[in-house]
Design a protein around this ligand. Structure first.
Ligand code: DX5
Ligand code: ZN
Length: 220
């Protein structure tokens, strides 16, 4: 079966203290650290790139789950691989013509490939990537428009999660955007097992409590 992965989004952390924020989340029980890489072009926000992943990698052995909200993800594969990224999730909207090459490159740089879909993109778009000879190992279903933390969860995206879970019982299915104590049950029961949560974790008085609540909802 699929195991829960709770991935605090470091987008909601104090970037000036990234290493201690990462340690804090791992100590609170996080499985992965979700790293939002944005280029100010695919999305209207600019965050971090390979130099910051490389700096953070020197301070932690944690799984760095990188989410590429960039127009040319292929350009980021080698730098992120060398920087020590663990997962590399690109958007299908940017990579319709070169996803095979992209997956191949991600794997050859020692990272785990994933594909993401924006709210307006239909779920069928990822089937060929999951069924390929050299497949993606995770599908990330966006539950907000990518670009910013702290937005409202879109429950209508759960149809995509249900369809994917039915079709691919052992696939890692990640959800990202607006996840927290009030939205986790609908996402977990739809079949999501990898849970990204930014503002709900970092904004909580007791983040460890939120992380364990998210985990127990997925385990139910
Ligand atoms: C949005 C990012 C998310 C974001 C989630 O574009 O992909 O990872 O940090 O933040 P919350 O959990 O606050 O919606
Ligand atoms: Zn993200």
């Amino acid at each position: 079966g699929v195991t829960p992965k709770i991935a605090p989004s470091m987008l909601s952390s104090d970037f000036a203290n990234l290493a201690s924020e990462a340690h804090r989340m791992i100590n609170y029980g996080a499985d992965w650290l979700h790293m939002d890489i944005m280029d100010g072009h695919f999305v209207p926000n600019l965050t971090m790139g390979a130099p910051i992943i490389e700096s953070l990698r020197k301070h932690t052995e944690a799984y760095l789950d990188c989410h590429l909200m960039v127009t040319n993800p292929l350009d980021y594969v080698e730098p992120l691989g060398k920087a020590g990224a663990s997962g590399f999730t690109f958007h299908i909207e940017t990579s319709k013509d070169n996803w095979k090459e992209l997956i191949q490159n991600i794997k050859s740089h020692g990272m785990r490939p994933g594909v993401s879909i924006k709210p307006g993109t239909s779920v069928e778009e990822v089937y060929p990537l999951v069924e390929a000879e050299n497949p993606v190992e995770m599908v990330l279903v966006m539950t907000v428009e990518p670009g910013f933390g702290g937005q409202k969860f879109m429950p209508e995206m759960m149809d995509k999660v249900r369809i994917l879970r039915k079709k691919y019982p052992s696939l890692d299915i990640e959800v990202d955007g607006g996840l927290g104590p009030s939205t986790i049950d609908v996402a977990a029961s739809a079949g999501a097992n990898c849970i990204v949560a930014g503002s709900s974790v970092f904004g909580a008085p007791e983040p460890a409590h939120v992380i364990s609540l998210l985990r127990s909802s997925v385990e139910k």
